[in-house]
Ligand binder design. Structure first.
Ligand code: BES
Ligand code: ZN
Length: 854
């Protein structure tokens, strides 16, 4: 047993007989030919005499090399064996060497691929319509080995000295600042960059192409730039502002200076993820960094702020201190997401970022209530096992449980623990438990016990709260959408408030598995999850619920949000009648906060999917009666100097009135607004974006063609996506058919294709047609998208709730998988079944209720 374990381990971990300390890397990309050559010198510390070196390489040709010992002894590499399956190169040496320091020299070649991984090509058309090519990298988790032979494991940190040989006139950047440049005499230049700090291979980056850089902004000595395709410099100011803010915020929060000497943020036209935290050279898809604040919605601006702060947070947490192995990827991402929210909250307090976070947290709540959920952390052997960690549970549940801990410990003690952890492990690698130990040391609280219960178990508790004589009783059980009894229990760090208002007294309570009683003034309302930060749902007994509903207006928006969301979850689970949810929505008619409305509209959107014909018409009338007064109160037009969130609320209400309510006046207004926005008349962005949604729902082929052209001629990446992603949201058959026709053409970049198809699948009326396309052209689609991004397509499947289609989808995926995201796919399929059951139930429940009302 132990022996096989060890062998299995050896398949995934390189032997440690020789470990790298630095790489001198020279890369010569030929952009037109789509190829590159390279050479490297890897300084090694050889620990025991060896005659074979093993390192990672994938889809590379190694042309030979030698090993040079410190005393000058040279041993040639006499045989190179590439193992495609393990992605390793075995280098046989002329004779054995070591122990001691030595340098391995290798020459190699490879192709610049078009799959957005490793060293790859991205393209854009310039002002004359000529195609221009960029060579760029994406290495996380294990694709550095596609660009140069290396010890491609996160704990094998080394300094990287990168040199790029590139055609004159192209911009070339890497992790560190440029230190030397000389012509090669053949129209190219050799550009050398300073050594990086010791860091993991997955953080190395280089970008070469016809690109421009902004003037550097000096952020306390760190030059910060945005690098972009020509003609887009006017879209960089916001990212520079938030980037500068984040650099200062994190240097202060972490108590450690920025670990590089410069920071470039690079906008890449083709990019598989949202962004990547390469130290000093963060890469982004364009929509995540280039933005015009005057023309963007709050959500679009927040998207840029989120991404920029998230990646900059990683410069310390992830880059300076790194997980030892891929099981730690969740903490890396969860923590960066937590810091992103903290930083954006400081950057724009008026956004109330944490309240808006509740909306993405609902998605995590939903997936984590499935039978197929997973613990946040699990043992990871092969790097592929860790690919499944890049999901909503890592990012959103992970960040949320960190927030829960931070609120419970208090922000100062929490920050003290983070500082201690980073100081202790700078330039090194860690296990998850190292963080708990640091937090435990500064706080004296049982952090490890608490967090182990959240990290190593899937799911989350429903905390039931009942009034007793002079106390409230808190009990827990697991919340599951399928209603199955489940023995999992947690240590739940809660803040309990004795009173509805935020000024009422609050106390931290750690609820153990068996539950707890808390002293409480008789007759007063109690808020069990005060501040709404714990990753729990709450059920109040009838008496406590009554006390709270009387004082709804005194609760914080995030607390009201959670009341609605908990009610909605009970509805999806079948524990509550869908008609009761409409009743709850009525009770919230006076609501003025964006997140709360978002929770209501999410539920109403699902309800609408259950209804056809007459019942649907009555539902539309219900929505109009609910939403119109709220919109009238707010005003259909923005007032002078109005804040972003109020505008966003108007957009949400206006959009709902036009889509769910099919309100003729809203549809008419949408036509005017959209046309004016397209003409560049400075229309409020929230209204403009909502108008596009409304017209997709009600428009036909003529509007579709207009939108298609608008996507092509868009002035910003956000406007492009607003129109592009509206194309598969048309309900009119001919327009929708056109949307499917262009899906697999150049009109939809592969980076956008999964999201585009997801929207088609989720189309209320035409989803099955999108499914027919996906099904038929599955292989082709999988061949176009980045493997790690394929799963985004599947999220649209949850909208397919017709029983015959559900069965077809489930049968199809019994035979086809999405290799990097197998578990996520199973969760989506379970979610599809649950929503199909909800839609079936709601059709009757709502049909009856709305019938009575009408
Ligand atoms: N490290 C990730 C990028 C990544 C994700 C690389 C998956 C390889 C596989 C990066 O820090 C990240 O989390 N990016 C997010 C955006 C962020 C704002 C949440 C992304 O790409 O979606
Ligand atoms: Zn990240």
């Amino acid at each position: 047993m132990a022996v096989t374990e060890e062998r299995a381990e050896a398949r995934y971990r390189l032997p440690r007989g020789a470990v790298p300390t630095r790489y001198d890397l020279v890369l010569e990309p030929d952009l037109e030919a789509g190829a590159f050559r390279g050479s490297e010198g890897i300084a090694l510390e050889i620990r025991e005499p060896l005659d074979e070196l093993v390192l990672n390489a994938a889809e590379l040709e190694i042309d030979g090399g030698e090993l040079v010992a410190a005393d000058g002894t040279t041993v040639p590499v006499i045989e190179v064996r590439l193992d495609a399956e393990t992605q390793r190169a075995h280098l046989r040496l002329g004779r054995s060497l070591g122990p001691g320091p030595a340098t391995l020299h290798l020459d190699f070649r490879g192709a610049l691929n078009d799959r957005m991984r490793g060293f790859y090509r991205s393209r854009y058309r310039d002002a004359e319509g000529v195609e221009r090519i960029i060579a760029t990298t994406q290495f996380e988790p294990t694709d550095a080995r596609r660009a140069f032979p290396c010890f491609d494991e996160p704990d094998l940190k080394a300094a990287f000295g990168v040199t790029l040989v590139v055609p004159e006139g192209l911009l070339a950047i890497s992790n560190e600042r440029e230190v030397a440049r000389e012509p090669t005499g053949d129209g190219r230049v050799r550009i050398r960059f300073a050594d990086t700090i010791p860091m993991s291979t997955y953080l190395v980056a280089f970008v070469v192409g016809p690109l421009e850089a902004t003037e550097p902004v000096d952020v306390d000595g760190v030059p910060l730039r945005v690098v972009h395709a020509p003609g887009k410099g006017h879209l960089t100011a916001f990212a520079l502002e938030v980037g500068a803010f984040a650099l200062r915020f994190f240097a202060d929060y972490y108590g450690i200076p920025y670990p590089g000497s410069k920071l470039d943020m690079v906008a890449i036209p083709d990019f598989a993820q949202g962004a990547m935290e390469n130290l000093g050279c963060i890469t982004y898809r364009e929509v995540a960094i280039l933005v015009d604040p005057g023309a963007a919605t709050q959500a679009e601006l927040q998207g840029v702020a989120d991404t920029v702060t998230h990646e900059i947070a990683h410069m310390w947490f992830g880059d300076l201190v790194t997980m030892r192995w891929w099981n730690g990827i969740w903490l890396n991402e969860a923590f960066a997401t937590f810091m992103e929210l903290l930083c954006v909250d400081a950057f724009r307090p008026e956004w109330d970022r944490w309240a808006l976070h509740a909306r993405s947290r609902s998605v995590a709540f939903e997936f984590d209530a499935l039978a197929t959920t997973r613990p946040i952390e699990y043992p990871v052997r092969s790097p592929e096992d860790a690919n499944g960690m890049f999901d909503v549970l890592t990012y959103v549940k992970g960040a949320s449980v960190l927030r829960m801990l931070e609120r419970y410990l208090g922000p100062e003690r929490f920050r003290e623990g983070i500082r201690r952890y980073l100081r202790e492990h700078a330039y090194g690698n860690t296990e998850t438990s190292d963080l708990w130990d640091a937090l435990e040391a500064v706080s004296g609280e049982p952090v490890r016990t608490v967090m182990d219960s959240w990290v190593w178990q899937g799911g989350y508790p429903l905390v039931s709260c009942s009034a007793r004589d002079g106390e409230v009783l808190l009990e827990q059980r697991r919340f599951r959408l399928d209603g199955v009894e489940d023995p999992t229990r947690w240590y739940v760090p809660l803040l309990v408030r004795h009173g509805a208002a935020s000024s009422d007294p609050m106390e931290p309570v750690l609820v153990p598995p068996e539950g707890a009683g808390v002293g409480h003034p008789r007759g007063a309302p109690v808020v069990v999850n005060a501040g709404g930060h714990a990753f729990v749902r709450v059920r109040y007994d009838a008496e406590l619920r009554r006390r709270l509903t009387e004082r709804l207006g005194e609760l914080a928006p995030i607390e009201r949000y959670q009341l609605v969301d908990d009610a909605w979850a009970a509805t999806v689970a079948g524990a509550e009648n869908a008609a009761a949810f409409l009743g709850l929505a009525r009770a919230f008619g006076d609501e003025t906060d964006l997140p709360v409305w978002q929770a209501l509209l999410l539920g109403l959107g699902w309800c609408e999917r259950a209804l056809q014909g007459e019942a649907r018409e009555r539902f539309r009338a219900f929505v109009r009666d609910l939403v119109r007064p709220a919109l009238d109160r707010l005003g259909w037009e923005p007032g002078e100097g109005e804040g972003d969130v109020r505008r966003a609320l108007r957009g949400a209400l206006f959009g709902a009135l036009g889509t769910l309510g099919a309100d003729p006046e809203a549809i008419e207004r949408a036509r005017e607004i959209e046309a004016a926005a397209r003409a560049g008349d400075g229309v409020d962005a929230a209204l403009a974006a909502a108008a596009v949604q409304v017209l997709a729902v009600h428009g036909g082929p003529a509007e579709w063609e207009v939108f298609r052209r608008a996507a092509r001629e868009a002035r910003t990446p956000q406007e492009h996506l607003r129109y592009l992603f509206a194309l598969p949201e048309f309900r009119e058959p001919e327009a929708f058919a056109s949307a499917l026709e262009i899906a697999l053409t150049d009109e939809v970049r592969p980076q956008d294709l999964p999201h585009y198809l997801a929207r088609g699948l989720a189309n209320r009326d035409r989803g099955p047609e999108a499914w027919a396309l996906v099904r038929e052209r599955w292989e082709e689609i999988m061949g176009r998208v980045a493997p790690s991004a394929a799963i985004y397509l599947a999220y649209g499947l949850r909208g397919l709730t017709d029983p015959a289609v559900v069965e077809d989808v489930q049968a199809f995926f019994a035979e086809h998988d999405i290799p990097q995201s197998a578990l996520q796919l199973r969760q989506i399929l379970e979610s599809q079944r649950i929503h199909a059951a909800f839609v079936a139930r709601a059709a009757t429940e709502l049909g009856r209720d709305l019938g009575d009302a009408g």
